[in-house]
Design a protein around this ligand. Structure first.
Ligand SMILES: O=C(O)[C@]1(O)C=C(c2cccc(Sc3ccccc3)c2)[C@@H](O)[C@H](O)C1
Length: 151
């Protein structure tokens, strides 16, 4: 039974690879998603990718994933540090999730060190650059349960 993972990227990540390469690298989000899907397919995992600059759209996507996916990989971007709504949506649907950050948020501004999600995440990956997405897919393949609703 193939696993299905929802990959969510938050605000401004559509600009990944186009600006601030010294912090976020030069790989575009499109390339990250392409690579994630190739890697996942080799692990018999289907990846659905979603990016939005809007908090409510991310909440709606998480709610719609209930019973549909076995796990969520989320880079919330700036919403990491602000969004109780995304926290509540993730807790509400009960889908295990991995929080990922391209940069090492703990080596940056103080305010980036707080996440509204980390204490509820299965894992938090940060500072690995876009390899963090690769690591997250590998983790998901091994640790995210197959949801009965996705048979
Ligand atoms: O490191 C991350 O992946 C992070 O989640 C990603 C972020 C992020 C995502 C996209 C853009 C930007 S800032 C930016 C804006 C335009 C062009 C390039 C970078 C920050 C930060 O808001 C977070 O604090 C950290």
């Amino acid at each position: 039974m193939a696993q299905k993972i929802l990959l969510i990227n938050g605000p401004n990540l559509n600009l990944l690879g186009t600006r601030e390469p010294q912090i976020y690298g030069s790989t575009t989000l499109n390339d990250v998603v392409k690579q994630a899907k190739i890697q996942a397919a080799e692990l018999s995992i289907q990846v659905e990718a979603f990016q939005s600059n809007h908090e409510g759209a991310i909440v709606d996507k998480i709610q719609a994933a209930r019973g549909e996916v076995d796990g969520i990989i989320i880079n919330p971007g700036a919403f990491t540090h602000t969004s109780v709504a995304i926290r509540d949506a993730l807790l509400g649907v009960g889908i295990p999730f991995v929080e990922i950050h391209v940069s090492n948020v703990h080596a940056r501004e103080q305010w980036r060190r707080h996440s509204y999600l980390s204490d509820k995440a299965q894992a938090v990956i940060c500072g690995l650059g876009v390899f963090g997405y690769t690591a997250a897919i590998e983790f998901a393949a091994k640790h995210m349960k197959v949801n009965a609703g996705t048979s």
